[in-house]
Design a protein around this ligand. Structure first.
Ligand code: AMP
Ligand code: FES
Ligand code: ZN
Length: 335
């Protein structure tokens, strides 16, 4: 099949929701166009804004950093070491290698070293699921580090699949507060920097294809702590729908953003004030991050015999999940 844009090259990637198939060059143009459209249409940032890109070492956030640099934006990276054995180290190395290769600034903050809050340990010491402690800590640090270093915008690598899966989860549980805040742009507020998601128009397989075509070396393994996470199930379900009916994910998300989100948004205005301990904006006297630190610092009651794990299953996070299949996103085009 020929590329539907240039009509001269062989197509290497089909984008069924757009009724298109692209050759390598036209796919990269399509990818950049979608990012530019997101940035401009949603007024994410201007040409002269300095952007802090939150990078995990995975395909999405490194693809985002790459495309922003390529488009000429002043974009620095922020990597947060989450203290997940076997996963955090190699993730940081991918970010550092990318920064070196592109001569870009990378800020590294280590949760365990700087705050005594490594996710594996925090999950063991508190009743929280690892992903909840992780999400909370990341949100806090994105804002704090951006403010400390004079960035007014933080960009994350959330893509169309991430956003559609989050939307499905929030709808299934009628999380009206989260629905009100689910958007490609969260504006600056008292003490909160602007948060933007420039990849929200692009599917996960497209960010993977971009990363491969641009020669980006990213971490393929999933976070070992996310095993069994509901978000993976939601993505799977949406992919099944998408396979039967291309465009479902996009119309689900875009339809919500246009038609339904404003209804939730108006009802959920909240008042922010500085956290009594750290000064970061919060709705409660102590912010969630300071409460988490308190919880972790609290002395633990010794465990009774009944609760001890058998010697064959030592406590600690599961080993990183090996890539079940290599990410080869250049799916052959049906002829
Ligand atoms: P996740 O919540 O793991 O799906 O990641 C969503 C986005 O958060 C990624 O695309 C990154 O932009 C950002 N992110 C995730 N993990 C980290 C990390 N360790 N350091 C900095 N940013 C991260
Ligand atoms: Fe947060 Fe895995 S990246 S728990
Ligand atoms: Zn605080």
């Amino acid at each position: 099949m020929r590329c539907t844009k240039c009509r001269s090259q062989e197509a290497c990637l089909e984008v069924r929701r757009h009724n298109a198939a692209y050759c390598e060059g036209c796919f990269l143009d399509f990818f950049r166009d979608q990012v530019v459209r997101a940035i401009e249409h949603e007024k994410m940032f201007r040409r002269d804004d300095r952007v802090l890109v939150a990078v995990s070492g995975g395909k999405d956030s490194l693809a985002l950093w790459d495309v922003l640099l390529d488009l000429g934006y002043e974009a620095a990276g922020l990597y947060i070491g989450l203290g997940i054995p076997g996963y955090s180290e190699p993730s940081r190395e991918k970010c550092e290698a990318f920064a070196r290769a592109h001569d870009a600034r990378l800020i590294v903050v280590d949760l365990a070293e700087e705050y005594g809050l490594g996710i594996a340990e925090t999950a063991q010491r508190t009743a929280r699921a690892p992903c909840s402690a992780c999400g909370l800590s990341k949100r806090y640090l994105f804002n704090k580090v951006a403010l400390d270093h004079g960035y007014r915008v933080v960009a994350t690598g959330h893509n169309l699949d991430d956003e559609a899966a989050t939307l499905l989860g929030n709808l299934l549980h009628w999380q009206t507060g989260y629905l009100a805040r689910q958007a490609p742009v969260l504006p600056e507020d008292d003490g909160l920097v602007k948060k933007v998601k420039p990849l929200y128009r692009l599917a996960e397989r497209e960010t993977a294809a971009y990363a491969v075509l641009r020669g980006i070396d990213y971490i393929v393994d999933e976070c070992p702590m996310s095993r069994g996470a509901k978000s993976l199930l939601y993505k799977d379900l949406l992919n099944q729908l998408e396979a039967v009916s291309p465009g479902t994910k996009q119309s689900f998300l875009f339809g919500f953003l246009e038609k339904a989100r404003p209804l939730f948004h108006e009802r959920e205005a909240v008042e922010l004030h500085p956290c009594e301990r750290c000064g970061q904006p919060t709705t409660t006297p102590l912010c969630a991050f300071c409460r988490l630190r308190e919880e972790v610092a609290r002395p633990r009651r010794p465990r009774g015999r009944r609760h001890r794990r058998p010697a064959s299953a030592p406590p600690g996070p599961p080993a990183p999940r090996p890539a079940e299949r290599p990410v080869i996103p250049l799916i052959p085009v049906e002829t």
